[in-house]
Design a protein around this ligand. Structure first.
Ligand code: OSB
Ligand code: MG
Length: 368
């Protein structure tokens, strides 16, 4: 079996419909790297590197991913023999970290392989759902009434749960206001690691609002602190930044650092790794859901595919493209209807990339 004889990468920037602010950064447009892999038969697979531009969520950056693809990952993949996409991770196992960059190539290989097999990516991964449940992640807004307007808008659109970004100084007040306006809403908060253990009293106060979880309250490495918090509060603690490999997940499971895992394809280093995290977390008795990184259509379609696995029982951060972008890079664009995204039945990611658009928008390209 081939496999990849041509690899191209494109740096593409799209404006966000609505600026997004977390405890650590603010964004009005996003630059991602789209990866195109072609085999000797001419079959093409696409992947997306959804790294943030700046190292505020994770250590990776778009610039760093670009160099890593150019110097290490693309040369390792080009011309290598493999039969199944679960094997490609071994090609770059020597490269430590760089999970977002690896994920882009991994997704392209899964798309390529499932297209040549004529299989939907979701089924190739072992997913059995026909639709996935979609929530939205709302950034920090200038005022509580701006936030309430956002919540009203997306609950009216039918999204199944709302996640609110919090940070010290923007936590109990917005949560109380949203809860008062929507008593039965499935609601959770995400701190992106902005709290220290000295600020635990605020987190304990959030225990009284019937939240489904508190996502990543402390710094990524603070697995013991997360375990102490989980013992103190009723609300489930969810890990995001703390878990980017199976060893960290094992430690978290053993310590009881939470009860829920946000699985991001990018953070784990690709679909194979995300599936392994799903299997391990579910076996350890945790609930899992699919997180996102404001992906364009390629990465978003990969998220839909992984979220079709049976263990993804909680609503995802995989909202419709229109929440983020006026014009996405795939056709048809990904849509949430009444809080559900349909898992495509066509081969591969099930969406066609507008290649002319990608080439036109690219501010830089690589070709191997
Ligand atoms: O912590 O889940 C996060 C976006 C960028 C960086 C980190 C996070 C997020 C989101 C948005 O919450 C998820 C999405 O809508 O794609
Ligand atoms: Mg998060």
């Amino acid at each position: 079996m081939p496999r990849v004889s041509t690899i191209e990468a494109f740096r593409v920037s799209l404006p966000l419909v609505h600026a997004f602010q977390t405890s650590s950064h603010r964004k009005s447009h996003l630059e991602h790297i789209l990866v195109r892999a072609q085999d000797a038969d001419g079959t093409v697979g696409w992947g997306e590197i959804a790294s943030p531009s700046d190292p505020y969520y994770c250590p990776e950056t778009v610039d760093g991913c670009w160099l890593t693809v150019e110097r290490y990952l693309a040369p390792a993949l080009l011309g290598a023999e493999w039969d199944h996409p679960a094997e490609v991770g071994a090609l770059w196992a020597r490269v430590r970290g760089h999970h977002f960059a690896k994920a882009g190539l991994d997704i392209a290989c899964w798309d390529l392989w499932s297209r040549s097999a004529g299989t939907p990516l979701a089924r190739a991964l072992g997913g059995d759902r026909m639709t996935i449940s979609a929530g939205v992640s709302l950034g920090i807004e200038p005022t509580v009434s701006d936030l309430l307007a956002q919540v009203d808008r997306y609950t009216a659109e039918g999204y199944r749960r709302i996640k609110l970004k919090i940070a010290p100084g923007w936590d109990v007040e917005p949560v109380r206001a949203v809860r008062a306006a929507h008593p039965d809403l499935a609601l959770h908060v995400d701190a992106n690691g902005a709290y220290t253990e000295e600020q635990t009293d605020v987190l304990a106060e959030l225990d009284h609002f019937g939240l489904t979880m508190i996502e990543q309250p402390y710094a990524p490495g603070a697995l013991a602190a997360h375990a102490r918090l989980q013992k103190r509060i009723e609300t489930a603690v969810c890990l995001d930044e703390s878990v980017d490999d199976l060893d960290q997940l094992d430690t978290a499971l053993e310590l009881g650092s939470g009860r829920v895992l946000n699985i991001k394809v990018s953070r784990m280093g690709g679909l194979t790794a995300a599936r392994a995290a799903h299997d391990r977390a579910v076996a350890g008795g945790w609930q899992v859901w699919c997180g996102g990184m404001h992906e364009f259509g390629v990465g978003r379609a990969a998220n839909v595919a992984i979220a079709s696995l049976p263990g993804f029982t909680l609503p995802s951060d995989v909202s419709g493209s229109d929440k983020y972008y006026t014009h996405d890079v795939v056709e048809p664009s990904i849509r949430a209807i009444d809080g559900q995204v349909t898992v495509p039945s066509g081969p591969g990611i099930g969406h066609e990339v507008d290649e002319a658009l990608v080439r036109r928008l690219a501010s830089a390209t690589l070709k191997f």
